[in-house]
Design a protein around this ligand. Structure first.
Ligand code: MG
Ligand code: ZN
Length: 358
C-alpha cells in the first residue's frame, strides 16, 4: 500500500506542470513589430517577393491573441502596451493599465538595469506603438504630451518621425529638440542630413527625425528603415556592456491596410522584411541576441484570392479596421524556444522580462 502511494506521488510530481526550461538567456533583445501584419500580409509579401521572406529563417513560431481589456479588437496603443508592460489595457492607453495607472515598460526596466535602449519606427516617434514603450498618458492622441516622456528617459537611440511635436509645440513653449541637445544627444533631422550621412559616435546618444510628422510611404521614397535596422544594434551594443533592448516597428503596414491598398501593403511588408534581414544578420553574427518578430493585431481582414492569371494574387480586404485574428510570432536566438505555441500578447512581455532577468 505504501509503495502504491509512493508510485502515485512519483507519477503526480512528474505530471504536474513545470516552468519552461530555458536553455540559454540572451544578452540583447530586439522586438520587431509589424503594425497590422497578420498571416495574410506576410503571405502576400512572400508571394510578391518571388516566394521568399526572411521570416522563413526563424526556427520558432507561435500564435498571439491580441484582444485588449476593453475590446475584442485591439488598437495599436493597447496592443503595444501589452508588449511593453505585460498588461491588458483599454484601447487608446499608452503605458497605462486598465485602471489608468502608469505601468513600468520593458524599455524603462532595461534602462534601470543598465542596458542600452533604442527605438526605430516608420511613424512619428509619438505614435501609439513607440509611445507605449516610453510614455504614460491616458490617450494616444496627446502627441505633444507623449513627446515630453522622451526627455524623462535615457533612451540611447531614437529614429522616426514627429519632429514638430518636439520643436514646434502648441501646448507649451518648450523646445524639446534643444533640450535633447542640452542633455547630450546628437540630434538631427531629415532637413539637415540623411540617416546614412550621420556619424554614429558610441559616446553620444542619438536622435534622428525622418519627418516633420509622419514619414512618407516606401512608394513616396522612404528608404531608411533597412539602414536603421543595420546600424541600430551595432550602435546599441557599443552603448552598454550589459546588453540592450530595442524595438523596431514597420509602422505603415497598418496604414496601407486601413486604406485597403494591397500593393502598398506589400511594399511596406517587404521594407519591414528587409529590416528583419539586417537584424537577423546581426543576431547570427552576435550569438547573444534574441530576435522576436510579431504584430500588435491584423488590419483589413486581408484575404489572398486568385488573381486574373494562374500565378497572380488578388488582395481582398474585408474591413478598413483592425481584426481579432491571432497574429504570428517568430523567434530566433537564445530563449527563442519560449515563443512556440499559442500565447497572449501579455505573455510575450512576460517571456522577455524573464529572459532579461528582470
Ligand atoms: Mg504602430
Ligand atoms: Zn491601425
Amino acid at each position: 500500500m505504501k509503495s502504491v502511494l509512493l508510485l502515485f506521488l512519483f507519477l503526480f510530481s512528474f505530471g504536474a506542470p513545470k516552468p519552461a526550461i530555458v536553455s540559454s538567456k540572451p544578452k540583447n533583445i530586439i522586438l520587431l513589430i509589424g503594425d497590422g501584419m497578420g498571416l495574410a500580409q506576410i503571405s502576400a509579401g512572400y508571394y510578391a517577393n518571388d516566394q521568399k521572406i526572411n521570416l522563413e529563417k526563424f526556427p520558432v513560431t507561435g500564435l498571439v491573441m491580441t484582444h485588449s481589456s476593453s475590446h475584442l479588437i485591439t488598437d495599436s496603443a493597447a496592443g503595444a502596451t501589452a508588449y511593453a508592460c505585460g498588461c491588458k489595457t483599454y484601447n487608446g492607453a499608452i503605458g497605462m493599465n486598465a485602471k489608468k495607472k502608469r505601468c513600468l515598460t520593458l524599455l524603462e526596466a532595461a534602462e534601470q538595469h543598465g542596458l542600452a535602449t533604442g527605438m526605430v519606427v516608420t511613424c512619428s516617434v509619438t505614435h501609439a506603438t513607440p509611445a507605449a514603450f516610453i510614455a504614460h498618458v491616458e490617450s494616444r492622441s496627446a502627441s505633444e504630451d507623449i513627446a515630453r516622456f522622451f526627455l524623462e528617459t535615457d533612451i540611447d537611440l531614437l529614429i522616426g518621425g514627429g519632429l514638430k511635436f518636439f520643436n514646434d509645440r502648441k501646448t507649451d513653449t518648450r523646445n524639446l529638440y534643444h533640450e535633447l541637445t542640452q542633455k547630450g544627444y546628437s540630434v538631427s533631422s531629415f532637413t539637415e542630413k540623411k540617416l546614412p550621412e550621420l556619424t554614429f559616435l558610441p559616446t553620444q546618444p542619438l536622435v534622428w527625425f525622418g519627418a516633420q510628422e509622419e514619414p512618407t510611404t516606401v512608394a513616396e521614397g522612404r528608404d531608411w528603415l533597412p539602414f536603421a535596422a543595420e546600424m541600430a544594434p551595432v550602435f546599441l551594443r557599443q552603448r552598454s556592456a550589459k546588453g540592450f533592448f530595442m524595438m523596431l516597428e514597420g509602422s505603415q503596414i497598418d496604414w496601407a491596410c486601413h486604406a485597403n491598398e494591397g500593393p502598398r501593403a506589400v511594399q511596406e511588408v517587404l521594407d519591414f522584411n528587409s529590416a528583419i534581414g539586417k537584424i537577423l544578420e546581426f543576431a547570427q553574427a552576435d550569438g547573444e541576441t534574441l530576435v522576436i518578430v510579431t504584430a500588435d493585431h491584423e488590419t483589413g481582414g486581408l484575404a489572398l484570392e486568385q488573381g486574373a492569371s494562374p500565378d497572380s494574387l488578388d488582395l481582398a480586404f474585408n474591413t478598413k479596421e483592425h481584426t481579432a485574428v491571432f497574429v504570428p510570432v517568430f523567434a530566433y536566438g537564445p530563449g527563442s524556444e519560449m515563443f512556440s505555441g499559442i500565447m497572449d500578447n501579455t505573455s510575450i512581455y512576460e517571456k522577455m522580462r524573464v529572459l532579461l532577468g528582470f
